[in-house]
Design a protein around this ligand. Sequence first.
Ligand code: PLP
Length: 574
Amino acid sequence: MGEASIVGAWQAVTGTANGYLSGTEPWKLVAYGAATMWTINVLQNSHRSDIGLFDDLKRRVFKLARLIPAVSKEIEKSRVKMYTDMMKEYKKPVEGEQYTPTLPKNGRPIADVVKACQFMNDMSRQKADWSKGGCSGTVYHGGEDITSLAKEVFGMFVWENPLHGDVFPGCVKMESEVIQMCANLMNGKTACGSMTSGGTESICMAVRTHREWARETKGIQYPNIVVGVSVHVAFDKACDYYRIKIKHCAVDPATGRVDVASMARLVDSNTIMVVGSAPSFPHGCIDDIEGIAQIARKHKIGMHVDCCLGGFIVPFMDQAGYPVKPFDFRVDGVTSMSMDTHKYGYTPKGTSVVLYRNTELRHYQYFVMDSWPGGIYATPTQAGSRPGALAATAWASMMHFGNDGYVECARKILQARETVQKIVVSVPGLKIVGSPDVTVLAIGSDVYDIYRMGNEMGHRGWFINQLQYPACFHICFTYLHVEQDVIDRLVNDIKEIANDLMQDPNKKLTEGTGVIYGMAQAVPDKSIVSELVWAYLDVQYETRPYIEGEEECAHVSEESADPNTPTETFVSAK
Ligand SMILES: *Cc1c(COP(=O)(O)O)cnc(C)c1O
């Protein structure tokens, strides 16, 4: 088409339009235009930018469906059942247990209080003796010497708070040294960071920091991040908290690693960061960090490497004889990382480190309020006050282990996983899910419902993690699994259970968490699933025990608001 004919066509169109509108008064034309703009604006703002138009509509439709009495009655029935089941499972009364829902009027002597604390501690020990290797993850070392080191250091710093750097330079120094040691472990020449309360807070900070960075430098108002479906749920939580859209890309079904091409397709002009895990929580595989970094470099966006779990294993793997490709700040494009001192750093729960490639990026994490009547206020992370005692125990653990100590522990734990893995692959009916690159081993089955094995493991005192999409369970190996007798017990139980299941592979599961997973996958309205899961959390907060036959206990919490309820001691009927 030549230039002249384009002009001709345009004149024909405008001519027709002018003719068509010539009878309309000009003020109406302006009014129609304005009304159209207003409608578009309302439509655009009436859905949540973070969850998207389609999912928002779905959410609303399901909400309407719940107005139907038959539907809401069914949901209520399920809720009560769930609550009761949870009470049975978690609030079984223990002989001699005391219930104290209200503050005692007169304080009790220290010896009494300590005795009561001892009772509670025994309750935990009776449920799960983690010291014998019964837990997947959960407690990452637990050696007597580490425990006494932590106790002694905690006692020294028990009142310290790094929020007050002027008062407590000691624990502030320890905090800063922990962060810098971590930055160096991750080969960040210009890297810096912050200490947080755990992996979740580290990830929340990294996500929010990139949001601020993208708004300031690129003007992005409706941000999104792109992650693999295998990424830790803390990213979903961060996006929920900070109103960011999260897009999940596929992982390679064979390796469990992020499908880089699928990730690249989801990146758009509003994407602020992409994420890789080293390793991922569910299947313990290290993503293709270089491949993901290429996406970040191409689009000039951030990239986080979640090394929460692997922070004190992966940096030592080369030295331990398990070579890994560069996964840290050596990879150009990686802008932030997270690593948990409270996992394989072997320090009590409550600390993690978030790292940034440079201090400019860290500035976007800071919060400053200059006009508060309480004074000019500035904090680096989500927390206000911070536990100085935990910064101190983290420092003490790192000093005690040193490079060689961490290498030694990593080698033993990796060997334990490898040993069990070699045996599991030879057990008929079982298969490994993904590629276990580090300390996690995920086990599934094509022959029977693997949740049945998970349940049976539970009955034998193994606290494993049930996983979904695909159904499997995993064991996260820790220093408590390195002894040969623990490995022997573990593989013998796996073999025995597998053998039993092979006798009747088609049997349906009728009890335990596996049933809940089955149900959750079948219900289309995910808000119902959430509400049923609330029951789990509510039950944890319940101060009363489950009394046999008390099916109505779902309502107990509302009725028991009496502040004068005295301390009761549970004595069994017999
Ligand atoms: C444990 C973990 C986290 C964070 O968990 P927290 O319980 O908040 O410490 C994040 N990512 C991975 C891969 C993890 O294993």
